[in-house]
Write a protein that binds this ligand. Structure first.
Ligand code: ADP
Ligand code: ZN
Ligand code: ZN
Length: 819
């Protein structure tokens, strides 16, 4: 009897591929095991077993597999089911999902590079013969391809040997390694509390007269303290006092000075016994109970809507505790950038070594380890914190998924396929496990809130900050007026300048937020703040310099740019925005003594740059942090009393139907960084348009009204959640061919879908990327209509399209639920 196996290859191949296997292999194989298979002329891939059967493929002669690589499945049934759902829903292939789901160490192929692991003492006597051959070869060459290794060991398939060597950590797979960041600890000094009274101090100074060096050091400390309210670094004192280290050391030993660290613990896995009980306050307790009841009644998805700093994390932790008590696994998803050590440490303090972190920036070894721990249901990995890719781990017993900051757009993967939304995929995953899924946010997305309102999701609220800390006071500063009254210095209104000065004098820290994203600038009247809008869509028009046009990127509407403002008639249209760098420069002139740090894409490129800046700010190494939206994410800075928004208009005018929702979210989140302790924080929002609805809603904290308005507009202009959106992008290097092809495709879509709205083809804002021209077609699908039927229809069009020889080079990209 001849047996066959269908495998999933980790490439964008629509179908399964079939290989020959022996009956014995057929007996042994289970779905989710890895198999090394030949593909193409000389390539070897790691594929996943999908199904064993006895039907030879019709179109080709099946080849034999090379080898089975696993003894038990690496991927379980639930995962395969979930991945298939992702492939179907997001219109990509299962192979593409597999490629992004598995750590690449599990997917060795003939082109993979292998290096010697120089960090490991290797006992050669423990290596098998073939392993030793590879080991020896790597003494002479920096790296080897798996293909080269085949020749070295004189075998067709080297994957098993390489896998063994990887497991023994003799070799490493070539990759950009990411070591965990360990910040330097900064030591500070201060006078001991014992000498704080006038009397004690006099006595001290008297007694130190016999130790002039020590006296000098103490006086020097007073001098430094007079100059700044910031903590004094030990090194600073040493330099200023011009005394030796020993002098200060003996002062500390005598208990006259005291040294301390400002830094909070970062990721540190301890074995310390934990007996932390989580005491919720009344409002949190109510929310918690409410969620339990809701889950208990079988409504498995719920939204926890709690203002910033209300203790949502505490509620999550309490739920996590329950999950662990039930002996189940839990997944805690965070948006990429917010994967901060601050939060990880809080969880570690409560759950200790039951917490694992899974992150694409961690080394392959660490990721493989977490994968295996989850697969074996080890206690170490009972709770996994991770960014979106943690969804793909081999959970078999999930009891809870938390999606924190569910409104964050970075949950949507943009490139490459699968272009999935991690929140939505998490909801589906939870369903497969029959487990609850909790979405949390201070500013829920319109879709999630809509689902809560419709009763599809459970809903719980926390309206007060923990400890009754007051919400920051939000003040809108009218830039138009300030300009008229000549109260501006660069981009700083007098009001903002004053407040920054005051905060600095009090030794408090300041965050200044300037969003500078987008490509082509937006036109804005500096007199009235008006920026031209598209008549068909709820978006601002974007300025295109080469044609001197204003264009809508959604429907293609365009108009010639006028010289005068359409609203007020002034000739004061401004096309230029300003960025964080400029804010930093202006600050240096206004406050020459202030130390200023900057956090944006440019300053956070390096390996640990992001964490370094956060740590430095936490340690009060600088007074002001200027940043883009990176500064908004879940960070907890104790000493920040003032947040300044340099210009809210650039957010509001972003050409996107979500611009208003996002502005509300962003401004509320960044405001949430201010005044997290007793003292009430202050937020200054500079704007040309203080009467803009969204700004009013931000300043009065009126989420409910914002939601109503936005939902109304989505209904009116047909945007999600009132319709579903699929964006089709066509790419080609040939401009004319692209235009022809996209017209053809749009035409076919209109034929197929007479009842949906097919918009475009339209050039995206950036219409050429890496020499490829781009065009977008937007399909809006009414909620009543079956999206899966429509997706199948689109796939059929794709087949006909691919059969047209002159369009062969044109690439198609689907983005389902494009945001
Ligand atoms: P959120 O997640 O809603 O932004 P957090 O959970 O970060 O809020 O809470 C804000 C601060 O208040 C944190 O420092 C947290 O430790 C503290 N906090 C909140 N709730 C409690 C509680 N029940 N017991 C002790 N501390 C709490
Ligand atoms: Zn105007
Ligand atoms: Zn439009």
């Amino acid at each position: 009897m001849q047996c066959f196996v269908d495998v999933v290859l980790p490439i964008p191949l629509e179908r399964f591929f079939t290989y020959k296997i022996s009956p014995k292999e057929a007996d042994f194989l289970e779905p989710g095991m890895r198999i090394a298979v030949p593909f193409g002329k000389s390539k070897i891939y790691t594929a996943l077993c999908h199904r064993v059967h006895q039907n030879p493929p019709e179109a080709y002669e099946a080849k034999e597999i090379h080898q089975i690589l696993d003894e038990i499945p690496l991927v379980n049934q639930l995962q395969l089911q979930h991945w298939q759902w992702i492939a179907d829903y997001y219109m990509c292939t299962l192979g593409e999902v597999v490629r992004s789901a598995l750590p690449s160490a599990f997917l060795l192929e003939s082109e993979t590079f292998i290096l010697l692991n120089k960090n490991q003492e290797i006992d050669e006597s423990l290596l098998k013969d073939d392993e030793f051959l590879v080991f020896e070869a790597l003494q002479h060459q920096e790296s080897l391809k798996v293909n080269d290794i085949c020749q070295i060991i004189d075998r067709k398939n080297a994957l098993p040997v390489v896998n063994r060597l990887l497991e023994k950590q003799v070799v490493l797979q070539k990759e950009a390694l990411y070591e965990q960041y360990k910040p330097k600890k900064v030591r500070f000094v201060r006078l001991s509390e014992a000498y704080e009274t006038e009397e004690k101090l006099q006595g001290l100074l008297e007694s130190l007269k016999r130790a002039p060096k020590q006296l000098q050091a103490v006086l020097s400390l007073f001098q430094l303290q007079a100059r700044t309210k910031n903590p004094i670094k030990l090194t600073n004192l040493e330099n200023n006092a011009k005394v030796s280290k020993g002098v200060i050391k003996s002062l500390i030993e005598k208990g006259i000075l005291e040294d301390y660290y400002l830094q909070r613990d970062r990721v540190e896995f301890t074995d310390a016994p934990l007996n932390v009980s989580i005491e919720l306050n009344e409002e949190q307790e109510k929310a918690f109970d409410h969620l339990l009841v809701s889950f208990g009644r079988g409504r498995k998805v719920a939204l926890l809507h709690g203002v910033t700093s209300s203790g949502k994390t505490e509620v999550y932790m309490k739920l996590l505790q329950r999950t662990l008590q039930e002996g189940k696994q839990a997944l805690y998803l965070l948006p990429e950038i917010a994967l901060t050590s601050q939060l990880i440490n809080r969880l570690l303090k409560v759950f200790g070594n039951k917490v694992s972190v899974y992150h694409s920036k961690y080394s392959l070894n660490e990721r493989v380890e977490v994968w295996n721990n989850v697969l074996q249901q080890k206690e170490k990995a009972q709770i996994v914190i991770g960014a979106r890719s943690a969804l793909f781990l081999p959970f078999s017993n999930l009891g809870l998924i938390v999606v924190d900051e569910e409104h964050e757009q970075s949950f949507k993967q943009f490139d490459p396929a699968p272009r999935y939304h991690a929140r939505d995929a998490a909801i589906v995953l939870a369903q497969y496990h029959g487990s609850p899924c909790l979405l949390g946010s201070a500013t829920p997305s319109i879709e999630s809130m809509n689902n809560a309102k419709k009763g599809k999701y459970g809903y719980a609220r926390i309206t007060e900050r923990y400890g009754k800390v007051m919400q920051p006071e939000i003040e809108l500063v009218d830039l138009k007026e300030a300009t008229k009254k000549k109260q501006m210095t660069g981009h700083f209104s007098d009001r903002l300048r004053l407040q920054v000065g005051e905060a600095l004098e009090n030794g408090e820290q300041v965050i200044l937020f300037q969003n500078r994203r987008g490509f082509a600038p937006i036109v804005e009247c500096t007199t009235c703040g008006h920026s031209p809008q598209c008549p068909n869509c709820d978006v601002s028009l974007t300025y295109h310099r080469h044609k001197n046009q204003l264009r809508c990127h959604y429907c293609g509407y365009h108009m010639v740019l006028q010289n005068d403002c359409l609203a007020c008639g002034s000739f004061t249209l401004d096309k230029k925005g300003f960025g964080t760098e400029q804010v930093q420069e202006e600050l240096a002139e206004l406050f020459p003594d202030a130390k200023v740090g900057r956090m944006d894409l440019d300053t956070t490129r390096g390996k640990h740059a992001y964490e370094k800046i956060i740590t430095a700010f936490e340690q009060q190494e600088f007074d002001v942090l200027v940043g883009t939206q990176m500064v908004t994410k879940g960070l907890d800075f104790r000493n920040v009393s003032l947040v300044g928004i340099m210009n809210a208009d650039s957010l509001l005018n972003f050409p996107d139907y979500r611009a208003h929702e996002r502005s509300f979210q962003l401004l509320t989140q960044v405001a949430g960084r201010a005044g997290r302790t007793k003292k009430r924080g202050k937020v200054l929002v500079q704007t040309y348009n203080p009467y803009h609805r969204i700004l009013q809603q931000v300043s009065t904290n009126d989420y409910a009204e914002m939601f109503e308005n936005q939902l109304y507009e989505r209904e009116h202009f047909k945007y999600p959640p009132v319709v579903r959106i699929i964006k089709v992008t066509l790419k080609d290097k040939d401009f004319n061919k692209l235009n022809e092809a996209s017209e053809w495709f749009a035409g076919a879509l209109r034929n197929l879908l007479p009842h949906e709205r097919v918009l475009g083809p339209e050039y995206p804002p950036v219409s050429r990327i890496r020499r490829y021209y781009l065009k977008n077609i937007l399909i809006k699908i009414d909620l009543g209509h079956s999206p899966s039927k429509i997706k199948n229809g689109i796939k059929r069009i794709e087949k006909s399209f691919n059969a047209i020889s002159q369009y062969k080079s044109v690439r198609l990209v689907y983005n389902v639920d494009h945001i």
